[in-house]
Design a protein around this ligand. Structure first.
Ligand code: AMP
Ligand code: MG
Length: 320
Protein backbone atom coordinates (compact mmCIF):
# COMPACT_ATOMS: atom_id res chain seq x y z
CA UNK A 1 0.00 0.00 0.00
CA UNK A 2 1.19 3.49 -0.76
CA UNK A 3 -0.60 5.32 2.09
CA UNK A 4 1.96 6.51 4.65
CA UNK A 5 -0.23 8.11 7.24
CA UNK A 6 -3.74 7.43 8.50
CA UNK A 7 -5.63 10.51 9.67
CA UNK A 8 -7.96 10.57 12.61
CA UNK A 9 -11.14 12.46 11.74
CA UNK A 10 -13.00 13.98 14.66
CA UNK A 11 -16.75 13.39 14.57
CA UNK A 12 -17.46 17.12 14.20
CA UNK A 13 -18.50 19.11 11.14
CA UNK A 14 -14.97 19.71 9.89
CA UNK A 15 -13.76 16.17 10.53
CA UNK A 16 -16.74 14.68 8.74
CA UNK A 17 -16.27 16.97 5.72
CA UNK A 18 -12.69 15.71 5.45
CA UNK A 19 -13.87 12.11 5.75
CA UNK A 20 -16.44 12.62 2.98
CA UNK A 21 -13.80 14.28 0.78
CA UNK A 22 -11.49 11.30 1.26
CA UNK A 23 -14.29 8.90 0.29
CA UNK A 24 -15.21 11.03 -2.73
CA UNK A 25 -11.60 10.87 -3.88
CA UNK A 26 -11.68 7.06 -3.82
CA UNK A 27 -10.03 6.77 -0.40
CA UNK A 28 -10.61 4.30 2.42
CA UNK A 29 -12.18 5.63 5.62
CA UNK A 30 -13.06 3.54 8.67
CA UNK A 31 -16.16 4.73 10.51
CA UNK A 32 -18.45 3.48 13.26
CA UNK A 33 -21.75 1.77 12.52
CA UNK A 34 -24.05 0.40 15.19
CA UNK A 35 -22.59 -3.09 14.57
CA UNK A 36 -18.81 -2.74 14.24
CA UNK A 37 -16.37 -0.27 12.61
CA UNK A 38 -16.69 -0.51 8.86
CA UNK A 39 -13.94 0.07 6.30
CA UNK A 40 -15.70 2.40 3.90
CA UNK A 41 -15.17 3.10 0.22
CA UNK A 42 -17.31 4.51 -2.61
CA UNK A 43 -19.43 1.50 -3.63
CA UNK A 44 -19.45 2.64 -7.27
CA UNK A 45 -15.67 2.85 -7.59
CA UNK A 46 -14.02 -0.47 -8.56
CA UNK A 47 -10.56 0.77 -7.71
CA UNK A 48 -11.60 1.92 -4.23
CA UNK A 49 -13.26 -1.46 -3.62
CA UNK A 50 -10.10 -3.25 -4.77
CA UNK A 51 -8.18 -1.19 -2.21
CA UNK A 52 -10.49 -2.51 0.55
CA UNK A 53 -9.42 -6.07 -0.26
CA UNK A 54 -5.77 -4.96 -0.41
CA UNK A 55 -5.94 -3.15 2.96
CA UNK A 56 -7.68 -6.07 4.66
CA UNK A 57 -5.33 -8.58 3.05
CA UNK A 58 -8.30 -10.72 2.02
CA UNK A 59 -7.14 -13.75 0.05
CA UNK A 60 -10.55 -14.02 -1.65
CA UNK A 61 -13.09 -11.64 -3.14
CA UNK A 62 -16.11 -12.39 -1.01
CA UNK A 63 -18.92 -9.94 -1.71
CA UNK A 64 -19.30 -6.82 0.43
CA UNK A 65 -22.36 -5.07 1.82
CA UNK A 66 -23.43 -1.77 0.20
CA UNK A 67 -24.71 0.78 2.74
CA UNK A 68 -27.33 3.37 1.83
CA UNK A 69 -28.75 6.50 3.45
CA UNK A 70 -32.40 5.66 2.75
CA UNK A 71 -34.73 3.14 1.15
CA UNK A 72 -35.32 5.08 -2.04
CA UNK A 73 -31.56 5.25 -2.72
CA UNK A 74 -31.24 1.50 -2.05
CA UNK A 75 -34.20 0.55 -4.23
CA UNK A 76 -32.54 1.91 -7.37
CA UNK A 77 -29.93 -0.83 -7.26
CA UNK A 78 -32.01 -3.96 -6.61
CA UNK A 79 -35.23 -5.69 -7.58
CA UNK A 80 -37.39 -4.69 -4.64
CA UNK A 81 -40.03 -7.07 -3.27
CA UNK A 82 -42.94 -7.04 -0.81
CA UNK A 83 -40.96 -8.98 1.79
CA UNK A 84 -38.01 -6.64 1.40
CA UNK A 85 -40.35 -3.73 1.90
CA UNK A 86 -41.90 -5.23 5.00
CA UNK A 87 -38.51 -5.87 6.61
CA UNK A 88 -37.04 -2.55 5.52
CA UNK A 89 -39.98 -0.48 6.76
CA UNK A 90 -39.77 -2.05 10.22
CA UNK A 91 -36.11 -2.85 10.80
CA UNK A 92 -34.18 -0.19 8.87
CA UNK A 93 -32.15 1.69 9.81
CA UNK A 94 -30.57 -1.12 11.79
CA UNK A 95 -28.36 -4.23 11.79
CA UNK A 96 -30.19 -6.07 9.01
CA UNK A 97 -28.69 -6.84 5.59
CA UNK A 98 -30.88 -7.95 2.69
CA UNK A 99 -29.53 -9.84 -0.32
CA UNK A 100 -31.59 -9.04 -3.40
CA UNK A 101 -31.26 -9.45 -7.13
CA UNK A 102 -29.18 -6.65 -8.61
CA UNK A 103 -31.03 -4.18 -10.84
CA UNK A 104 -29.77 -4.26 -14.42
CA UNK A 105 -29.21 -0.49 -14.30
CA UNK A 106 -27.27 -0.54 -11.01
CA UNK A 107 -23.84 1.05 -11.24
CA UNK A 108 -22.56 -0.51 -8.04
CA UNK A 109 -19.08 -1.94 -8.52
CA UNK A 110 -19.04 -5.47 -9.95
CA UNK A 111 -16.18 -6.21 -7.58
CA UNK A 112 -18.39 -5.22 -4.61
CA UNK A 113 -20.73 -8.12 -5.38
CA UNK A 114 -17.86 -10.32 -6.59
CA UNK A 115 -19.53 -10.68 -9.96
CA UNK A 116 -22.75 -12.13 -8.46
CA UNK A 117 -26.18 -11.29 -9.88
CA UNK A 118 -27.27 -10.31 -6.35
CA UNK A 119 -26.21 -7.57 -3.95
CA UNK A 120 -26.26 -7.21 -0.17
CA UNK A 121 -27.69 -3.92 1.10
CA UNK A 122 -28.21 -2.24 4.45
CA UNK A 123 -29.20 1.09 5.96
CA UNK A 124 -27.15 1.69 9.10
CA UNK A 125 -28.58 3.57 12.07
CA UNK A 126 -25.38 5.08 13.48
CA UNK A 127 -25.50 8.90 13.10
CA UNK A 128 -21.91 9.09 11.82
CA UNK A 129 -22.51 6.40 9.19
CA UNK A 130 -25.70 8.18 8.19
CA UNK A 131 -23.97 11.56 7.98
CA UNK A 132 -21.27 10.17 5.67
CA UNK A 133 -23.85 8.48 3.43
CA UNK A 134 -26.05 11.56 3.14
CA UNK A 135 -23.17 13.93 2.47
CA UNK A 136 -21.34 11.67 0.05
CA UNK A 137 -24.63 11.11 -1.77
CA UNK A 138 -23.48 7.66 -2.86
CA UNK A 139 -23.62 4.16 -1.37
CA UNK A 140 -20.64 3.06 0.72
CA UNK A 141 -19.15 -0.44 0.75
CA UNK A 142 -18.05 -1.32 4.26
CA UNK A 143 -16.82 -4.69 5.51
CA UNK A 144 -15.47 -4.81 9.04
CA UNK A 145 -12.38 -2.61 9.45
CA UNK A 146 -9.88 -5.26 10.43
CA UNK A 147 -7.15 -7.30 8.78
CA UNK A 148 -8.70 -10.43 7.33
CA UNK A 149 -8.97 -13.18 9.92
CA UNK A 150 -8.74 -10.84 12.91
CA UNK A 151 -11.55 -9.91 15.27
CA UNK A 152 -14.06 -7.27 14.15
CA UNK A 153 -13.25 -3.83 15.61
CA UNK A 154 -15.72 -2.14 17.95
CA UNK A 155 -13.44 0.78 18.94
CA UNK A 156 -11.29 3.17 16.87
CA UNK A 157 -8.17 1.88 18.65
CA UNK A 158 -8.87 -1.61 17.26
CA UNK A 159 -8.97 -0.19 13.74
CA UNK A 160 -5.81 1.80 14.37
CA UNK A 161 -3.94 -1.26 15.60
CA UNK A 162 -4.84 -3.27 12.49
CA UNK A 163 -4.97 -0.77 9.66
CA UNK A 164 -2.74 2.23 10.48
CA UNK A 165 -0.71 3.08 7.37
CA UNK A 166 -3.03 1.04 5.14
CA UNK A 167 -6.07 3.35 4.97
CA UNK A 168 -6.70 7.10 4.59
CA UNK A 169 -8.47 7.77 7.85
CA UNK A 170 -10.53 6.69 10.82
CA UNK A 171 -13.55 8.62 12.09
CA UNK A 172 -13.28 8.50 15.87
CA UNK A 173 -16.81 7.81 17.02
CA UNK A 174 -16.07 5.93 20.22
CA UNK A 175 -17.34 2.43 20.93
CA UNK A 176 -20.00 0.69 18.77
CA UNK A 177 -23.24 -0.27 20.48
CA UNK A 178 -24.24 -3.64 19.07
CA UNK A 179 -20.75 -5.07 18.64
CA UNK A 180 -22.29 -7.85 16.56
CA UNK A 181 -22.44 -7.97 12.77
CA UNK A 182 -25.70 -7.48 10.89
CA UNK A 183 -28.14 -10.33 10.36
CA UNK A 184 -28.06 -11.30 6.66
CA UNK A 185 -31.24 -12.50 4.94
CA UNK A 186 -31.15 -13.72 1.35
CA UNK A 187 -34.39 -12.81 -0.42
CA UNK A 188 -33.40 -13.94 -3.92
CA UNK A 189 -35.25 -17.24 -3.38
CA UNK A 190 -37.00 -18.65 -0.30
CA UNK A 191 -36.09 -16.27 2.53
CA UNK A 192 -32.86 -17.66 3.98
CA UNK A 193 -30.77 -16.73 6.99
CA UNK A 194 -27.20 -16.42 5.70
CA UNK A 195 -25.70 -15.06 8.92
CA UNK A 196 -27.19 -14.59 12.39
CA UNK A 197 -26.45 -11.14 13.79
CA UNK A 198 -27.76 -8.05 15.54
CA UNK A 199 -31.44 -8.73 14.79
CA UNK A 200 -32.71 -12.11 16.02
CA UNK A 201 -34.10 -14.41 13.31
CA UNK A 202 -37.38 -14.96 15.16
CA UNK A 203 -38.21 -11.25 14.97
CA UNK A 204 -37.80 -11.48 11.21
CA UNK A 205 -39.89 -14.67 11.02
CA UNK A 206 -42.72 -13.01 12.95
CA UNK A 207 -42.71 -10.07 10.58
CA UNK A 208 -42.79 -12.05 7.35
CA UNK A 209 -44.90 -14.92 8.79
CA UNK A 210 -42.46 -17.44 7.29
CA UNK A 211 -39.78 -19.71 8.75
CA UNK A 212 -36.37 -18.79 7.43
CA UNK A 213 -34.36 -21.44 5.64
CA UNK A 214 -30.89 -21.71 7.14
CA UNK A 215 -27.44 -21.92 5.58
CA UNK A 216 -25.04 -23.57 8.01
CA UNK A 217 -22.27 -21.04 7.50
CA UNK A 218 -21.90 -17.98 5.32
CA UNK A 219 -18.85 -19.78 3.95
CA UNK A 220 -21.22 -22.23 2.30
CA UNK A 221 -22.02 -19.65 -0.35
CA UNK A 222 -18.42 -19.76 -1.42
CA UNK A 223 -18.23 -23.54 -1.49
CA UNK A 224 -18.27 -25.31 -4.85
CA UNK A 225 -21.80 -26.16 -5.95
CA UNK A 226 -23.28 -23.22 -4.05
CA UNK A 227 -23.03 -19.62 -5.17
CA UNK A 228 -19.53 -20.24 -6.44
CA UNK A 229 -21.08 -21.66 -9.60
CA UNK A 230 -22.77 -18.34 -10.34
CA UNK A 231 -19.39 -16.64 -10.23
CA UNK A 232 -18.31 -18.48 -13.35
CA UNK A 233 -18.53 -17.18 -16.90
CA UNK A 234 -20.19 -19.47 -19.43
CA UNK A 235 -16.99 -19.71 -21.45
CA UNK A 236 -14.12 -21.96 -20.46
CA UNK A 237 -11.12 -20.21 -18.98
CA UNK A 238 -7.55 -21.04 -19.94
CA UNK A 239 -5.20 -19.61 -17.33
CA UNK A 240 -1.53 -18.61 -17.57
CA UNK A 241 -1.90 -18.09 -21.31
CA UNK A 242 0.87 -16.20 -23.06
CA UNK A 243 -0.86 -16.02 -26.43
CA UNK A 244 -4.39 -16.25 -27.72
CA UNK A 245 -5.39 -19.54 -29.36
CA UNK A 246 -7.78 -20.06 -32.27
CA UNK A 247 -11.39 -19.23 -31.33
CA UNK A 248 -10.23 -17.65 -28.11
CA UNK A 249 -10.73 -14.20 -26.73
CA UNK A 250 -7.95 -12.89 -24.50
CA UNK A 251 -8.01 -11.14 -21.13
CA UNK A 252 -4.56 -9.66 -20.68
CA UNK A 253 -2.48 -8.38 -17.80
CA UNK A 254 0.50 -6.12 -18.40
CA UNK A 255 1.97 -5.06 -21.74
CA UNK A 256 0.50 -7.87 -23.87
CA UNK A 257 -1.64 -8.07 -26.98
CA UNK A 258 -5.19 -8.97 -25.99
CA UNK A 259 -8.88 -8.13 -26.41
CA UNK A 260 -9.27 -6.54 -22.99
CA UNK A 261 -6.59 -5.71 -20.45
CA UNK A 262 -6.97 -5.91 -16.65
CA UNK A 263 -4.09 -3.47 -16.26
CA UNK A 264 -1.63 -2.50 -18.96
CA UNK A 265 0.77 -1.27 -16.26
CA UNK A 266 0.58 -4.57 -14.30
CA UNK A 267 -1.11 -2.84 -11.37
CA UNK A 268 -2.83 -5.53 -9.28
CA UNK A 269 -5.26 -3.10 -7.60
CA UNK A 270 -6.43 -1.83 -10.99
CA UNK A 271 -6.66 -5.44 -12.22
CA UNK A 272 -8.79 -6.49 -9.24
CA UNK A 273 -11.10 -3.54 -9.85
CA UNK A 274 -11.56 -4.57 -13.48
CA UNK A 275 -11.77 -8.35 -12.98
CA UNK A 276 -15.51 -8.99 -12.75
CA UNK A 277 -16.63 -6.32 -15.18
CA UNK A 278 -14.07 -7.62 -17.72
CA UNK A 279 -15.26 -11.21 -17.36
CA UNK A 280 -18.84 -10.04 -17.87
CA UNK A 281 -17.91 -8.05 -20.97
CA UNK A 282 -15.91 -10.87 -22.58
CA UNK A 283 -18.46 -13.53 -21.69
CA UNK A 284 -21.14 -11.36 -23.30
CA UNK A 285 -19.55 -12.13 -26.69
CA UNK A 286 -20.24 -15.84 -26.11
CA UNK A 287 -16.71 -17.07 -26.75
CA UNK A 288 -15.85 -20.77 -26.40
CA UNK A 289 -12.80 -19.99 -24.36
CA UNK A 290 -11.20 -17.01 -22.63
CA UNK A 291 -7.41 -17.07 -22.41
CA UNK A 292 -6.06 -15.20 -19.39
CA UNK A 293 -2.52 -13.86 -18.95
CA UNK A 294 -0.49 -15.07 -15.96
CA UNK A 295 -1.17 -12.98 -12.83
CA UNK A 296 1.57 -12.80 -10.17
CA UNK A 297 0.69 -14.65 -6.97
CA UNK A 298 1.36 -11.65 -4.72
CA UNK A 299 -0.85 -9.05 -2.99
CA UNK A 300 -4.26 -8.85 -4.67
CA UNK A 301 -2.97 -11.30 -7.28
CA UNK A 302 -3.71 -14.07 -4.76
CA UNK A 303 -7.42 -13.20 -4.67
CA UNK A 304 -7.52 -12.66 -8.44
CA UNK A 305 -5.97 -16.08 -9.07
CA UNK A 306 -8.29 -17.72 -6.51
CA UNK A 307 -11.25 -16.33 -8.43
CA UNK A 308 -9.87 -17.28 -11.83
CA UNK A 309 -9.02 -20.82 -10.75
CA UNK A 310 -12.58 -21.33 -9.54
CA UNK A 311 -13.98 -19.98 -12.76
CA UNK A 312 -11.67 -22.28 -14.71
CA UNK A 313 -12.54 -25.42 -12.72
CA UNK A 314 -14.78 -27.96 -14.49
CA UNK A 315 -18.44 -27.52 -13.54
CA UNK A 316 -21.35 -29.93 -13.72
CA UNK A 317 -23.53 -29.06 -16.73
CA UNK A 318 -26.54 -28.13 -14.59
CA UNK A 319 -24.47 -25.69 -12.58
CA UNK A 320 -23.61 -23.33 -15.36
P1 AMP B 1 -18.92 -8.32 6.22
O1 AMP B 1 -18.90 -7.22 5.21
O2 AMP B 1 -17.55 -8.73 6.66
O3 AMP B 1 -19.88 -8.05 7.33
O4 AMP B 1 -19.48 -9.58 5.46
C1 AMP B 1 -20.40 -9.45 4.45
C2 AMP B 1 -21.19 -10.72 4.34
O5 AMP B 1 -22.23 -10.53 3.40
C3 AMP B 1 -20.35 -11.89 3.89
O6 AMP B 1 -20.64 -13.02 4.68
C4 AMP B 1 -20.82 -12.08 2.47
O7 AMP B 1 -20.64 -13.39 2.05
C5 AMP B 1 -22.27 -11.64 2.53
N1 AMP B 1 -22.75 -11.16 1.24
C6 AMP B 1 -22.48 -9.98 0.68
N2 AMP B 1 -23.05 -9.90 -0.55
C7 AMP B 1 -23.70 -11.05 -0.76
C8 AMP B 1 -24.46 -11.58 -1.84
N3 AMP B 1 -24.66 -10.91 -2.96
N4 AMP B 1 -24.96 -12.82 -1.69
C9 AMP B 1 -24.76 -13.51 -0.56
N5 AMP B 1 -24.04 -13.08 0.48
C10 AMP B 1 -23.51 -11.87 0.40
MG1 MG C 1 -15.54 -9.24 9.08
Amino acid sequence: MTIQNTKTFRPDERGLIEAVDALRGGGLVAFPTETVYGLGADAQNDNAIANIYAAKGRPQFNPLIAHFSDISQAKRHVKWSNIANQLAETLWPGPLTLVLERHSKSNLSQLLSAGLPSVAIRIPAHPIAKHLLVNLGRPIAAPSANISGQISPTRPEHVHADLFGRIDGIVDGGACQVGLESTIIDLTGVPTLLRPGGIPADIIEELILTRLAIVQSSDAIRAPGQLASHYAPRANLRLNANTKGTNEIMLGFGPVECDLNLSTTSDLVEAAGNLFSSLHILDGDNPTSIAVSPIPETGLGIAINDRLRRAAAPRPANNQ
